[in-house]
Design a protein around this ligand. Structure first.
Ligand SMILES: NC(=O)c1ccc[n+]([C@@H]2O[C@H](COP(=O)([O-])OP(=O)(O)OC[C@H]3O[C@@H](n4cnc5c(N)ncnc54)[C@H](OP(=O)(O)O)[C@@H]3O)[C@@H](O)[C@H]2O)c1
Length: 246
């Protein structure tokens, strides 16, 4: 994996949602190591305080289901970058067994919440004339996965938000991309993907044949935020050990 470079994001402020969770916290650590001024968001204030103690990232709690909460939190913030990492896994269910309230909640956090963050972050980024946004999507938007009707739909919506936002914001010097990870064994995924009858057959279909680490998701997020990706916008980048290339 690429080494961190303390001057990569010097002078740049980056907001990371989902920072109280596994991939988000790893992203905060990576961006801080790369010299960014990081604002860490989530709802769990104790987790954000612990992350601040560890990394110096400034906590900014808000609820992704509340437009008022997002508007108030982002008001007056001058950002170079945004990582939309906050997310909810919902349930494992067939279309016929779907709990539609869970579908609504998954869409509300993963797609609507990410769009609202872009809505309230973009004006200051447009005024600055530069910036980068990375949405943390999933392999579940690129391939049909059993049981993932709600979650996959929410991440497919997020990938479309990526493409349309890239189209609209490109003229302001703002790039927008997705990363689409395979499974990382966080609390969110272990209850399903940790079962031997699910894990074995899935990994046997994946060229690299193993789950990703949190740091292996944080690294391509940092790349897409950086000037190394200055000609890349509107993509959904699989970070999936080759699973969706088959
Ligand atoms: N783990 C995987 O295998 C995997 C694979 C592909 C993609 N992803 C995606 O990667 C992202 C991070 O996942 P993770 O595995 O790190 O999950 P995680 O550890 O469960 O973290 C989820 C994060 O989302 C935040 N969140 C949830 N609901 C929220 C709400 N209403 N308002 C504000 N924040 C909210 C949580 O904050 P609080 O707890 O503080 O509310 C937490 O920081 C998600 O978007 C997920 O869909 C995960």
């Amino acid at each position: 994996m690429s080494q961190s470079s303390p001057s990569k994001f010097r002078g740049r402020t980056i907001l990371v949602t989902g920072a109280s969770g596994g991939i988000g916290a790893a992203t905060v650590r990576r961006l801080v190591a790369d010299g960014a001024d990081v604002i860490a968001s989530g709802r769990n204030e104790a987790a954000l305080a612990a992350l601040q103690e560890e990394t110096g990232a400034r906590p900014l709690p808000f609820d992704l289901t509340s437009e008022d909460s997002i508007r108030e939190a982002l008001s007056g913030l001058e950002l170079y970058g945004v990582v939309n990492c906050g997310g909810f896994g919902g349930e494992i269910a067939t279309p016929q067994d779907t709990d539609i309230d869970i579908f609504d909640k998954v869409i509300s956090i993963n797609a609507r919440g990410s769009l609202l963050v872009i809505k309230y972050a973009a004006p200051a980024m447009i005024a600055a004339g530069a910036g980068a946004i990375v949405n943390v999507s999933s392999q579940a938007s690129l391939a049909a996965l059993p049981g993932h009707i709600s979650y996959g739909s929410s991440k497919a919506a997020l990938d479309n938000i990526t493409r349309v936002a890239a189209l609209e914001l490109g003229k302001h010097g703002i790039r927008v991309n997705s990363v689409n990870p395979t499974v990382v064994m966080t609390e969110m995924s272990a209850f399903y993907w940790g079962r031997p009858e699910i894990e074995g057959p899935f990994l046997s279909q994946m060229p690299l044949g193993r789950w990703a680490t949190e740091a292996e998701i944080a690294a391509p997020i940092a790349f897409l935020l950086s000037d190394d990706a200055s000609m890349i916008t509107g993509v959904s980048l699989p970070v999936d050990g080759g699973y969706t290339s088959r």
